[in-house]
Structures are given as C-alpha cells and as structure tokens.
Design a protein around this ligand. Structure first.
Ligand code: X2X
Length: 333
C-alpha cells in the first residue's frame, strides 16, 4: 500500500508539473514607472522583445507604464509584485526600498562617484547580497539596468553649496532616506509620486526636484520653470529586472534561463545606451536655456560633509556589512 501511494504521489507530481508548464499565462504583466520615451521604458521594451523572439512567441509580456498597475503609486510596485498582482517589473531601487531596506544602499549620498563605482557594486558581492535580499522578500531579481545619476534642479537660484538649499521645497521620491538627505541640507523635502511631481513643479507647490538628466530632458522639466540644474551626481538609481517568485516558479528551468539572459542583455544594452547619450542630453538641456552648474571637488565635499548624518541613521537599517562591502568595492574599483 505504501509503495502504491508513493507511486501515485509521484505520478501526481509529474502530471502537475506537466500541467503547470502547459499552463503558462497568455500574457505576463510588466510594470514600469517611465514609458518608452525614456531609457527606463526602453529597457523594458528590449526585454519583452528579446523574450518573445528567443521563445518563438511562447512567452508574451505586456508593459504597463506610468505605474498604472498600482494607480500611480510607484512605492507599491514591489508589494504588488510580491502578492502576485503584478507578474514582472523593471523597477527602480528607490521605489522598492520601502519594502527592501537593503536597496537604500544606492541612495546613500555620494557613495558612488562615477559609473565604475556603480558597476563595482552591482557586478560584485554587494550586488549579489542585494539580489539575495530581494529574493528573500518574494521577488526574483534577474539583472541590472540604470535610471542614472540624479541631478538637482530648481526654479529659484544657482545651487553650488548646501546653504543655497536653505528652505527650498524639494519634491523627493518614496524612501524616507530622501527626507533625511534633504533635511540635512536645510531644504524642505516633500515626498510625492512621479505622477504628482510635474503638476507640483508647474504650480510652484515645490521649487525643485532631482532626477537623471534623461528624465529631466524627455519630461521637459525645464518647461515647468526649472531653470537651474546642479550636476552633483549625489546618487544613481539602478533598475532591477524582476519576476514575482510565484510566477518564476511556474517557468521551466530552460525558460527561467531564457528570461534571465534576456534581462541581462536588455540591461546591458540600456546601460550602455543611456551612458553614451548623456553628453548629447546635457547639450540639449543647455540649448534650451537651462543654467547648468558643475561642482568642483571642494564644492562636492561640502555637500558630502553636510549629509554624513544620513550614513549614521541608515547604515544600520541597510546592514553594516553590506555598506562596508559596497564602500570597499568602490574604493577598489
Ligand atoms: O519618481 C521618480 O523620480 C523616478 C521616475 O525617477 C523614479 O521612479 C525613481
């Protein structure tokens, strides 16, 4: 009897996995904040295209941009993926950091001075530790992309020292870390979604914002009065290509490898493309009359010193080991 029930169980398992494999969804939802006009949206487009091509049309994904699957609230994207409301996503580390505290690593001010520093973290042990943290919280990360170095814009004045930020109302993104950074600089930060940001800049409800040059350019942030731009490279948000764990487990091993390799290829393509476009983007922004301020090393140091308290508050939340690992990777890049 024992043997027979074992056999029956084995048969049932076989049957179940056969059914499960045949049972792929007709279409998988892919969430992004920014649509195809931006490098971020293009990264998602590329992933979808490569997966479709390499699976001979067996695996179909459909992109829902502007955080529409979470009613515009990008800080809910990770939870929605974890709970199965969203199948897949190309998301920013900033927007997922409320649920994955380790992702605040990338938002530590002035941790990564250049592209080599970003790569040293994402492509090394620190990057692996971050991926493990994401996986543990219900989502399978596959590859890195890049939103870009976030620069500071405002409608009021040239900013080249912390005192210039005094009392300025700055729109910031979802993680409380940003409140701490801008408060440390003497500004008056307000957290709001991307959907609310442009209207708030238009009405003057806020004086400034921070986003990569590509976002400033494509969204025409200068046209809502943001005439001053400071290139302080204080942080960059990587993008993560990811699949909800419950969806991931439904794919065969071959298809998991296919999805992962396509994400790696799409991410690499997007990172190279957006980095190579940065000079042209900057020129276009200047041409439209925006005053661009480049900081000297001394000026940058002053911002770095003014935001040291953020490390004290956030290192324990991110993890002492992870922060140290990342700092070492940057130092040895
Ligand atoms: O909301 C932003 O500033 C954006 C579009 O850059 C992110 O989603 C992090």
């Amino acid at each position: 009897l024992k043997r027979r029930s074992l056999l029956a169980a084995a048969a049932a398992t076989l049957l179940f996995s056969a059914v499960a494999q045949a049972d792929y969804k007709d279409e998988y939802t892919v969430s992004t904040v920014l649509p195809s006009a931006f490098p971020w949206g293009q990264a998602a487009d590329k992933w979808v295209e490569l997966v479709k091509e390499r699976s001979d049309g067996r695996i179909n994904m459909k992109i829902y941009s502007n955080s529409q699957l979470v009613s515009g609230d990008q800080t809910k994207e990770f939870s929605a993926m974890r709970s199965g409301l969203i199948d897949m996503s190309v998301g920013s580390t900033i927007n997922w950091s409320p649920q994955v505290p380790e992702l605040n690593l990338f938002s530590l001010p002035f941790l990564m001075p250049d592209y080599a520093a970003i790569d040293a973290i994402t492509q090394g042990e620190a990057g692996e530790a971050v991926f493990a943290a994401i996986k543990k919280r219900g989502v399978t990360p596959l590859a890195w992309g890049e939103n870009g170095f976030r620069e500071l814009s405002n409608s009021k004045l040239t900013i080249d020292e912390p005192a210039d930020l005094d009392g300025l109302k700055i729109r910031v993104v979802g993680s409380p870390l940003f409140q701490d950074t801008f408060t440390a600089l003497g500004a008056n930060p307000t957290q709001m979604s991307w959907a609310d940001a442009k209207p708030a800049l238009t009405t003057g409800a806020v004086d400034g914002q921070e986003n990569p040059l590509s976002v400033f350019d494509v969204a025409r942030i200068d046209q809502v009065g943001q005439k001053y731009l400071t290139r302080w490279h204080y942080m960059a948000d990587p993008l993560v290509f990811a699949v909800s764990n419950s969806i991931w487990d439904q794919f065969s091993e071959e298809d998991q490898a296919l999805l992962k390799q396509a994400a790696i290829d799409a991410g690499q393509w997007e990172i190279e493309k957006s980095r190579s476009e940065i000079d042209a983007t900057l020129a276009a922004i200047k041409e439209r009359g925006v005053e661009v301020t480049e900081l000297t090393d001394e000026q940058r140091d002053a911002f770095m010193k003014a935001t040291q308290s953020v490390y004290e508050t956030w290192t324990p939340r991110i993890g002492e080991d992870l922060v140290k690992q990342a700092q070492e990777a940057v130092a040895n890049r």
